[in-house]
Design a protein around this ligand. Structure first.
Ligand code: IMP
Length: 192
């Protein structure tokens, strides 16, 4: 089954392909679809559906999108759906991590709990399929690790003794929010 991944994020595209091995995942670029879908929703569910629906309408073949982000308890769930835009357009991944650390400088260790959340939506002529995955961790005081992307260098998982940026791609996929959501998604698609 051929599915377009409604993302221009190369890291997400790679993770989709690594986990959804039974499908032919093609990028928007490969499908010749050059549209940027505005994430106007206030939930991960709304935003992932907006993206998948827009790409399905443009391409006519099944489209899969994820909306994901980091929810920090001490910041009332921020940056949440705004994770990619935290601090405004001028910041890169490293800048967003530094801003997060600054906003949490007075938060004690026991209150630094956070989770990555990912909602996957596939829209096709057969309807809509949704799957959600979460991954619990704590926010470190300084970045560590070279792998992954986004907030991975400060997302520490106690049970593995490392940040998700210190994990290999396979290790991260086995425990991550996106890995979990994609596995649930795969089961749902198989059951059709
Ligand atoms: P969006 O889903 O394109 O809105 O972007 C989600 C944002 O959340 C990314 O740009 C990252 O900043 C963050 N994020 C989502 N998943 C991960 C992950 O697996 N590791 C680190 N950061 C992530």
């Amino acid at each position: 089954m051929k599915i377009i991944a409604a993302t221009k994020n190369k890291n997400k595209l790679r993770e989709f392909g690594e986990i959804l091995k039974g499908f032919e995942i093609i990028s928007q670029e490969e499908a010749g679809i050059d549209i940027d879908v505005e994430e106007t929703g206030t939930t991960f569910e709304e935003n992932s559906r907006l993206k998948a629906e827009a790409i399905f309408k443009a391409a006519g073949i099944p489209a899969i999108a994820d909306d994901s982000g980091l929810c920090v308890d001490a910041l009332d769930g921020a940056p949440g759906v705004y994770s990619a835009r935290y601090g405004g357009e001028g910041l890169d991944d490293e800048g967003r991590v530094q801003l997060l650390l600054k906003n949490m400088e007075n938060v004690p260790d026991e209150k630094r709990t956070a989770r990555f959340v990912c909602v996957i939506t596939m829209v096709s002529s057969g309807g809509v399929i949704t799957a959600k995955g979460e991954c619990e961790g704590v926010i470190n005081h300084a970045p560590k690790g070279e792998n992954g992307f986004g907030y991975d260098p400060v997302f520490y998982m106690k049970e593995y003794g490392k940040t998700t940026a210190e994990m290999s791609p396979d290790e991260k996929n086995a425990v991550s929010h996106r890995g979990k959501a994609l596995k649930i998604f795969e089961e749902k698609v198989k059951g059709l």
